[in-house]
Design a protein around this ligand. Structure first.
Ligand code: TEU
Length: 561
């Protein structure tokens, strides 16, 4: 297996708007991040991934970009960025930028030009079509709700927007678009950044003819997924990008690719493909607790389904591509609230989830606040939410659809992206030490108990446990390169697996529930002696691992001989 620095690394994701505000305007900023770099370097992370910091009107909080070479006013200046980058490097860490090139903001000068007339030299930078029988050019639904097309009266045509109406999709078939994007990427890499996380990169190619999606809903709209996700043309573009830009630098790339199977991932990130280093797959966050109607259609999840999904990714990519490992990011509710317990057992549960993930094969991504066990927001009023996706849903289901507000608030509390976007909880002072002003989104009410200051002073905290996990990874190659094997596939409560590298074998046992659980080693696992590597409850070392009882959310990792 190829050894690479980014396989051995731990990545920390920052949502800059909510990380640390140095200016007092209630919005996090670059100088705020710089002021907390010692915290991150003490935690032990190797790479920082910054969500978009480019100039943006913030319809989708930075995922709508007006100028790829400028910094968002609220976040600071290019000088602040350069200082941040050099301070990151001075601490031996690396910096990866978000790259949003499926779409721009509708205020980007390309789009302003493009919409001004059909004859504009920028017209073809975007995807324009005339209407069909007084309706949209096809029936695709936007990922943020409503139709994926917007009528523009100036030229009497529609433009495509897979996300918000203020995020028009770029036309990747246009050579000048690709040249422009590659120039911009080169410009950032020449500044010294260490890689990119590529937003919805598996959607950049759209099928010729833009065919209608299947299974239209009552309003006539359908998912266009089949015709814009994972198309062969996307691979051509990525191979071109790799040749012209990525391959010239020693960087890390990870593509955000919702809806991929391991087979797709082998195409996007196979070691012999010359495309990307890794992808983010979505099966574990999209499928486990969602019904056929998508993320708001909530259903209970089952541990055996999680085993099936995670094991398939571990096995199918082994030796051929590299997994990314995550439960949390800025688009997902907090995993602790979703898959474990954010009340009585919050601390052991956070440690168990962390162990479970970091012990798998792949590069772990920690999302800000995860390392102190931050939870869902538990907002009870629509006014507390900021996300365009939330407000589109509210419009469709409550304001226009007449649904019971309380029912919609319940799904939002479980699944809204804002759950992950409340300010980082630094201490127990007003607004959790995040800002001296009024935060752009409310601080989670539990900040007086859950915060960095408390976590650092408590040796048993989630924070100290993450530090130990990260340090273990540096000292044990088995944690990085060891082969994964699921054991006890049918145990409804315990997720157990082994990792093996040459003669080193680690056994990882996790109880995903508040009830005690019985574990016994399968007969085919050779065992004579064992020592505990890490765990979240006191355990006497060298106890038998042949069988034991796991306490609520208990995790244990043994080296077995
Ligand atoms: O997300 C892409 C995406 O399709 C989902 O993660 C989506 O946001 C989610 O399912 C909605 O519930 C990326 C970014 O991570 C996200 O923040 C942006 O809003 C989106 O692209 C558009 O740029």
């Amino acid at each position: 297996m190829q050894r690479k620095w980014w396989k051995e690394a731990v990545v920390y994701q920052i949502y800059p708007r909510s990380f640390m505000d140095s200016s007092g305007d209630g919005v996090g900023d670059l100088n705020g991040i710089t002021s907390r770099l010692d915290y991150l370097s003490d935690l032990g992370v190797d790479v920082i991934w910054l969500c978009p910091i480019y100039r943006s009107p913030n319809d989708d909080y930075g995922y709508d970009i007006t100028d790829y070479r400028a910094i968002m006013d609220e976040f600071g200046t290019m000088r602040h960025f350069e200082r941040l980058l050099s301070e990151v490097h001075a601490r031996g860490m690396k910096l990866v930028m978000d790259l949003v090139i499926n779409h721009t903001s509708d205020e980007h000068e390309w789009f302003v030009e493009a919409r001004s007339s059909k004859g504009s030299p920028y017209r073809d930078y975007y995807i324009w079509r005339p209407g069909k029988n007084g309706r949209e050019p096809n029936n695709w639904r936007s990922i943020f709700g409503g139709p994926a097309w917007r009528y523009d009266a100036t030229t009497d045509e529609y433009y495509l927007h897979l996300f918000s109406v203020r995020q028009p999709d770029l036309n990747w078939d246009n050579d000048s678009v690709r040249d422009g994007v590659y120039d911009m990427m080169t410009w950032w890499l020449d500044k010294g950044i260490d890689g990119f996380r590529m937003d919805v990169i598996n959607c950049i190619a759209k099928a010729d003819g833009l065919p209608d999606g299947l299974d239209a809903d009552a309003n006539g709209y359908a998912s266009g997924d089949l015709y814009y996700r994972n198309l062969p043309k996307a691979h051509e573009y990525l191979q071109e990008m790799n040749r012209r830009v990525l391959s010239r630098y020693d960087i890390m790339t990870v593509g955000e690719t919702g809806g991929v199977t391991p087979e797709d991932a082998l195409l996007f990130a196979g070691e012999d493909r010359g495309e990307l280093d890794m992808v983010f797959q979505f099966e574990h966050v999209d499928k486990l607790d969602s019904g056929p109607n998508g993320k708001w259609d909530i259903k209970p999840w089952r541990l055996c389904d999680m085993k099936e999904i995670m094991s398939r990714w571990q096995n199918d990519l082994y030796g051929r591509a590299w997994n990314s490992l995550y439960f949390n990011n800025h688009d997902q509710p907090r995993a602790i609230s979703r898959f474990a317990d954010d009340g009585k057992f919050r601390v052991p549960a956070a440690k168990m989830l962390a162990t479970f993930l970091h012990m798998m094969q792949g590069t772990p991504f920690i999302y800000q606040g995860e390392e102190i066990g931050m939870t869902n927001a538990h907002f009870e009023r629509i006014e507390d939410y900021r996300d365009v996706e939330v407000h589109n849903l509210w419009r469709d289901r409550v304001l226009e659809g007449g649904e019971e507000p309380a029912a919609v608030l319940r799904v939002l509390a479980a699944k809204a992206r804002d759950n992950a976007r409340t300010p980082m909880q630094w201490d127990d002072s007003e607004y959790a030490g995040f800002t001296s002003g009024t935060p752009w989104i409310p601080v989670n009410a539990n900040y007086t108990d859950i915060n960095v200051k408390q976590a650092m002073s408590d040796e048993d905290s989630v924070y100290h446990y993450y530090r130990r996990l990260i340090r273990l990874r540096k000292q044990n190659q088995v944690m990085v390169y060891g082969k994964y094997r699921l054991i006890l596939p049918d145990h409804p409560q315990v997720y157990a697996y082994t990792r093996t590298l040459e003669d080193e074998c680690w056994l990882v046992v996790n109880n995903f529930f508040a009830e005690e659980a019985e574990f016994s080693l399968p007969d085919d696992l050779a065992w004579r002696d064992s020592s505990l590597v890490i765990g979240n409850y006191p355990v006497s070392d060298h106890d038998s691992v042949q069988s034991f009882t796991l306490r609520p959310y208990e995790t244990r990792v043994y080296r077995i001989h």
